[in-house]
Ligand binder design. Structure first.
Ligand code: NAP
Length: 475
């Protein structure tokens, strides 16, 4: 890595925390120091909660929207710096991290617009025999203290998806980013303060789980915990949070279903992009490719050929399309589930080599339905192909795991597409697109073990960070 390490600190209500305890963040590619972060502890956690609750920043809609717009402009000016910072701490290649910054710009753009939108409704009451000459009005009030906990795989965009809606809603937030990729989150917080965000509207804390994350989750003064991450941690949060609102965006095991009538070029393109983008570390990455058996061989050969166009290597290299996964143990896990699948009868067509945290894009054919690679979430650039008889069979396989985040179906038949939309048990069905397709303001989120069905996306996140109040007047 060729960028110099950054030195950053946590923030309580916009004030830098000085600390002797530090976290050194290293590149997963070559262990170069990407940055050093001063950590917080229990005392700062308590102070952050108190400052959020004391915060009486009654910014009006125009002020909130203006802060978000200024933040977007500043991020636009610093696009490359942020992309390189994400790459230095995550090992994601520059092609991906530049894309991620573009997505975060969209989050800010849409939140800027949503901050201005009126969120009230009016109900006339004289509409039934029981009615009266009154009107009921609704409006949304911000929550007084929101805790956001984010994962490593999109160090900027996951954070933007929590913080920007909170600013638009006017809800003070305490952010606990991933310890694996904290640098981008802290830089982004600085950018927001710089854009005029009052300190009490945002604290950013990193530190031991028992001193920061867990006390935040348990605290009864916190009104909402919005969490994105693994099923295991999500369930632990659900057990310990007590009586408070929860938004849980958890893991996925998304299928891409390819039917015999599909445009195979499109199907191969979607399978490769869905499996390999972001080093395969997207909650909505393609994690199982369910191909109708009479086209499965041809599809597999074409996907293997396509995979040659995804060079894996130094994430800072412009030619690289797949950087590292988050660390070496994550790459070793991929190697292990690959060996298990091969031992169970699957065939390796291309890839499969690991070097440190680098794992090559890998196509595996004839994958049995019961191996760990496809029953559990594999967070890496694996493209496991499972043969299916027809759409009914594909839907049975697709619905057979505990996850229910998203899905993609490649077909030219409207009837089959509609059947898939109706019968797949998950939060999203994208026809002739990857499961991960969305825009930053559309509703997003899963069911079953992928989440509680409460959506995110800028519009829905603002709703989750506010409560509806009604009042009525004689009219
Ligand atoms: P993770 O291990 O669950 O960690 C996520 C966050 O939770 C981190 O900030 C982590 O902090 C924190 N955490 C750990 N233990 C905690 C506890 N006891 N209480 C409260 N917080 C705790 O997930 P990850 O490995 O970073 O991310 C990958 C996972 O996220 C995958 O399963 C992926 O599918 C999922 N994901 C889901 C979505 C979605 O929208 N559905 C989007 C992206 C990713 P530390 O870093 O300090 O451990």
């Amino acid at each position: 890595m060729n960028d110099s390490p950054v030195e950053l600190a946590c923030y309580v209500a916009g004030i830098k925390v000085t600390s002797s305890k530090t976290l050194v963040v290293r590149s997963p590619y070559d262990a170069a120091v990407a940055g050093v972060v001063g950590l917080a502890g229990r005392e700062q956690t308590e102070l952050a909660i108190q400052s959020a609750l004391r915060s009486r920043e009654s910014l009006n809609r125009f002020e909130r929207s203006s802060i978000l717009e200024r933040a977007r402009q500043r991020l636009e000016e610093r696009r490359e710096e942020f992309a390189r910072l994400i790459t230095s701490e995550s090992g994601l290649c520059l092609r991906e991290t530049r894309y991620e910054v573009g997505r975060a710009l969209d989050v800010l753009r849409f939140a800027t617009m949503e901050a201005l939108r009126d969120d009230g409704e009016i109900f006339s009451c004289d509409i039934s025999p029981q009615g009266k000459a009154r009107k009921i009005f609704t409006f949304r009030e911000p929550l007084s203290c929101v805790v956001a906990i984010t994962p490593f795989n999109h160090p900027l965009n996951q954070v933007a998806h929590k913080v920007a809606p909170a600013i638009a809603a006017g809800s003070p937030m305490i952010l606990k980013p991933s310890e694996k990729t904290p640098l981008t989150a802290l830089r982004f917080a600085e950018l927001l303060y710089d854009a005029g965000l009052p300190g009490p509207m945002l604290s950013v804390l990193l530190g031991p789980t028992a001193e920061v994350a867990e006390p935040l989750v348990r605290d009864s003064r916190v009104e909402l915990v919005t969490f994105t991450g693994s099923v295991a941690v999500g369930k632990r949060i659900a057990e310990t949070a007590g009586y408070k609102r929860l938004v849980l965006e958890l893991g996925g095991n998304d299928p891409l279903i390819v039917l015999a009538d599909a445009d195979l070029d499109l199907a191969v393109h979607l399978a490769a992009e869905g499996s390999y983008r972001n080093s395969g570390q997207r909650c909505t990455a393609v994690k199982r490719i369910l191909v109708q058996e009479n086209v499965a061989d041809e599809f597999a050969q074409r996907l293997a050929k396509k995979t040659e166009g995804y060079p894996c290597g130094n994430p800072m290299d412009e030619a690289t399309r797949v950087g590292t996964v988050i660390d070496e143990p994550a790459a070793i896990y991929l190697e292990t589930v690959l060996q298990e699948a091969l031992a169970a009868g699957a065939k390796l067509l291309i890839g499969g080599e690991r070097k440190g945290a680098l794992f090559e894009p890998t196509v595996i054919q004839n994958v049995p339905r019961n191996v760990r690679m496809v029953t559990c979430e594999s967070f890496g650039p694996l493209a496991p192909i499972i043969n299916v008889k027809d759409l009914d069979d594909a839907i049975t396989v697709a619905n057979s795991t505990p996850y229910g985040l998203s899905s993609g179906v490649v077909t030219n038949s409207l009837d089959e597409a509609i059947k898939a939309v109706k019968q797949l048990r998950c939060g999203t069905v994208n026809v002739n697109e990857v499961p991960g397709y969305r825009i930053e303001s559309s509703p997003f989120g899963g069911i079953k073990e992928s989440g509680l069905g409460i959506k995110e996306g800028v519009v829905e996140a603002i709703k989750s960070m506010t409560t509806v109040k009604t009042f009525s007047l004689p009219w």
